[in-house]
Design a binder for this molecule. Structure first.
Ligand code: HDE
Length: 676
């Protein structure tokens, strides 16, 4: 287990019950835990059975309210290391010294669904990081989409009401494919840009390990001289950014609704630690107005080709939690948890978030002392005059709990900027009190078109299909028409086929004059590796033992994770007496749960094996996945005509086969494959 300050702190709270005597919560040894205390063996339970009452009362209160958004989440511990000092830009202690590692805790989540909902919902993903720094906790509470639906926090409750299941029937769960969400979109057109992302592959990630993260808002870096720069934060996954296809996502939600958490848990347990590089886009204060959008508008990104992402460090997630409730459920993030050198801007969405996060913890975690929960405690000491409240754990000593005082020498004492105190950036602000949208926030479509222009052909097809699916589930024809008319402003190439698919009038006017594109927005231009990809190896009795081991060894050497799928659990014997353990049957290991398929077959397999394999292959093929075949597998792929398709690898030479297959796995999907 990695040793760092946070892990050592958590040691004080860890409890191991194994091999211990059972007691009540008061420490009393228990003599019997199966039967309640009764008046006679067949008589009524007695009120004085304090053990029963304590056990049941605790159980009755085991749940806390789920998060109003981001309820379904999964988290892991890790470390952040800096590549080069950021002293020039920020005073933040954890961004000064590349030799120092900072413990982190990261929670990934879907947004709309309840705590038990499927993880492959079409949705944004939360990507919230708590850095336990020596100067206090710094929370970067981001998403995997760099922009947001709305510009002002005032509208957040409306957005969430529209997105969540409809109140009269609580349908649909974890889905935006319903009337109220799309009615909101059509009538709050600032949502256009984020909706493009939400309808894209970004909203159905393959893995939390293959997602980008974004701070979304524009923050400020402030250096020790007090000089400020605007900054946007990025997390770039070392495995590249990859997604599943929509049909697959829906099936995975049935086959394994825990797909993303299992993927993260298993990767960490097997030492395939997820890694992300931290990037910063930095703009000089004097350049604030040099862009054709307002840099404070959270519906806008800064194209990476215009403002390069400076890669400044790396985060490695290397430890699963001990207890999901104590850590993942009780962790409390807040964009207002900052350290000296990181400050806010006037982005009106960020400003509202600064209120909401503490407020929500008061009901979710039951009072003002949630900062004392082990997972939320900073690793540095904390002292102030806050006292008491529900579930207070600290025993504050002494007589004085106020400031200013003379009895305690006027301590705890504030620190100056030079001493490490947090001093807010002294931005000059003036204006009339108004409730209004800034003129500079009124362009809702240019960057939505920029996103569309930046997509590959396959990504565009997926977006059209996503709009057609979602709007196809909307019952109100008026809402459908409004949305199609709205997205004509993004592109007619998008709006027209969607109108056609859902049977509404093609939009009459629209079309954007934005021709710019940003290659960084396409997942096609992302790093591609076979490492950690799951490969289903379909084999049965009589398989070509030695040759298959050679392929499996090459796959493993490249970091891929082959798992054997066969008719029954137990062992399968090769033609050379080689024995392999079966990991899954055709019942428990569906093709949607794998990245690639290696079809081997065997000389003694049944007709059922043939049928199941054909189903497996057809499904993987229709999801554009790499498929490899040797021996019987090769014959089947040839006989079905699939061997000629892109991404289907067959070869009699095992070395050649293994090399080409690994390359195909790294490519992720073959979008130019023709599916009939
Ligand atoms: Fe959140 N958001 N949010 N949000 N958000 C919450 O806090 C809120 C927004 C994000 O894993 C809540 O503890 C408002 C943007 C993540 O625990 C709540 C507004 C971004 C998480 C809340 C936003 C986020 C939350 C619910 C608009 C990306 C999960 C429970 C002004 C930059 C953190 C909780 C975790 C959670 C409010 C918009 C990210 C209610 C008012 C934009 C990753 O406080």
């Amino acid at each position: 287990m990695s040793k760092n300050k946070k892990n050592e702190q958590l040691d004080q709270f860890r409890a191991e019950d194994k091999d211990k005597k059972m007691t009540t919560n008061q420490g009393l040894n228990v003599s019997e835990d199966e039967f309640s205390l009764k008046a006679g063996e067949r008589g009524p339970t007695l009120m004085e059975d304090f053990h029963f009452r304590e056990k049941m009362t605790h159980f009755d209160h085991e749940r806390i309210p789920e998060r109003i958004v981001h309820a379904r989440g999964y988290a892991a511990h890790g470390e952040f290391e800096l590549y080069e000092s950021m002293k020039e830009y920020t005073k933040a202690g954890f961004l000064q010294d590349p030799a120092k590692k900072t413990p982190v805790f990261v929670r990934f989540s879907t947004v709309a669904g309840s705590r038990g909902s499927g993880e492959l919902a079409r949705d944004a993903r939360g990507f919230a990081t708590k850095f336990y720094t020596e100067e206090g906790n710094y929370d970067l509470v981001g998403n995997n989409i760099p922009v947001f639906f709305i510009q002002d926090a005032m509208k957040f409750p409306d957005l969430v009401h529209a997105l969540k299941p409809e109140p009269h029937n609580e349908i649909p769960q974890a889905a935006s494919a319903h009337d109220t969400f799309w009615d909101f979109v059509a009538n709050n057109q600032e949502a256009a840009h984020m909706v493009m992302w939400a309808m894209s592959d970004r909203a159905i990630p393959r893995s939390f390990r293959m997602m980008e993260g974004f701070g979304v808002h524009t923050f400020r870096f402030v250096n020790d001289q007090g000089k400020a720069h605007f900054v946007k934060f990025h997390w770039k996954p070392m495995l590249g950014t990859h997604s599943v296809v929509w049909d697959e996502a829906q099936k995975i939600n049935g086959k394994n609704p825990d797909f993303h958490r299992a993927d993260m848990f298993e990767a960490i347990e097997s030492g395939n630690y997820p890694e992300y590089e931290l990037g910063a886009q930095i703009i000089d204060e004097s350049d604030e107005f040099k862009f054709d959008f307002d840099i404070l508008d959270p519906t806008k990104l800064w194209p990476e080709e215009d403002v390069p992402v400076k890669i400044i460090g790396k985060m490695t997630l290397n430890r699963n939690v001990d207890n999901v409730f104590a850590e993942t459920e009780q962790v409390a993030f807040h964009p207002g948890h900052v350290v000296p050198g990181i400050d806010f801007t006037n982005d009106p969405l960020l400003q509202g978030r600064l209120f909401s996060y503490t407020d929500t913890q008061l009901s979710r975690l039951g009072g003002p002392n949630f900062h004392e929960l082990p997972i939320n405690r900073p690793v540095c000491p904390f002292h102030n005059n806050q006292r008491d409240g529900i579930a207070r754990q600290t025993i504050n000593q002494g007589q004085v709990s106020y400031h200013n005082n003379s009895l305690a020498g006027n301590t705890p004492a504030p620190s100056s900027w030079e001493e490490g105190g947090y001093v807010h950036y002294q931005e000059k602000v003036e204006g009339r009190k108004v409730r209004a949208r800034s003129e500079s926030f009124k362009d809702h479509f240019s960057q939505a078109t920029l996103f569309w222009n930046s997509m590959s052909d396959a990504e565009r097809e997926h977006i059209k299909a996503a709009f057609s699916f979602e709007l196809g589930k909307v019952e109100s024809e008026s809402v459908q028409q409004q949305v199609v008319d709205m997205f004509a402003n993004v592109s007619m190439e998008l709006a027209k086929p969607v109108a056609d698919a859902i049977g509404v009038m093609p939009p009459e006017k629209g079309e954007s004059d934005v021709i710019k594109s940003s290659p960084a927005l396409s997942q096609e231009n992302t790093s591609k590796k076979a490492a950690t990809r799951k490969v289903a190896v379909l084999l049965g009795d009589g398989f070509k033992g030695s040759e298959v081991s050679e392929v499996l060894n090459t796959l493993k050497a490249d970091g891929a994770v082959p798992e054997i799928v066969s008719e029954k659990l137990g062992m399968v014997t090769g033609d050379d007496g080689n024995i392999v353990d079966v990991d899954h049957t055709f019942l428990t290991g569906e093709s949607v749960l794998f990245d690639a398929i290696y079809v081997v077959g065997g000389e003694n397999v049944s007709g059922k094996f043939h049928r199941e394999t054909a189903y497996f292959i057809n499904e993987a093929f229709s999801h554009f996945k790499p498929i490899g075949g040797t021996h019987e597998g090769k014959k089947w792929l040839e006989a079905s005509g699939k061997a000629k398709s892109t991404g289907v690898i067959v070869d009699d030479d095992m070395k050649e086969f293994a090399t080409s297959f690994v390359k195909a796995i790294a490519a992720h999907r073959f979008w130019d494959r023709v599916i009939e």
